[in-house]
Design a protein around this ligand. Structure first.
Ligand code: GDP
Length: 140
């Protein structure tokens, strides 16, 4: 069981002024913030992050969305971080997300769904390294 996950507050949520509210939910749920940076993704960076979805019909729209404004990647620590964080954010489609989840409360649509959370321990490691150097991950 790994204890880290990569989260991103996506451009819809940053643009809608939900960054602080979403961070509060995450901290209140017991996650420790180990790294965070507000950044504007380049097209190349967003394409690389979502490369696994390259053949999906929504890939170009997804890259457009992820580069449409600033987002905030974060490295988070908690026991069973990947699964616990995915429960906290809810289903991909906010219409299907459970009450009280971040996507239910803050997402706009299946695409503009407020937050990303890694889907496996292996991907969490890769995704954290995609945005942060080991020096930027603060263990405390
Ligand atoms: P996640 O693990 O819940 O983020 O979902 P996926 O890995 O399946 O998809 C990655 C991201 O692509 C989602 O978070 C959405 O932003 C977007 N996405 C997923 N499904 C769709 C879709 O059917 N249409 C569009 N436009 N975007 C989608």
């Amino acid at each position: 069981m790994s204890n880290k996950t990569l989260a991103i507050i996506k451009p819809d949520a940053v643009g809608n002024g939900f960054t602080g509210k979403i961070m509060d939910r995450i901290i209140e749920a017991g996650f420790k913030l180990q790294a965070a940076q507000l950044m504007q993704l380049s097209r190349e960076k967003a394409e690389g992050f979502y490369a696994v979805h390259k053949e999906r019909p929504f890939y170009n729209d997804l890259v457009d969305f992820m580069t449409s404004g600033p987002c905030m990647p974060m490295a988070l620590e908690k026991d069973d971080a990947v699964n616990t964080f995915r429960s906290l954010i809810g289903a991909t489609n906010p219409e299907e997300a459970a009450d009280g989840t971040i996507r239910k409360d803050f997402a706009e649509s299946i695409q503009n769904n407020a937050v990303h959370g890694s889907d496996s321990n292996e991907n969490a490691q890769k995704e954290i390294a995609y945005f942060f150097t080991s020096n930027e991950i603060l263990d405390y």
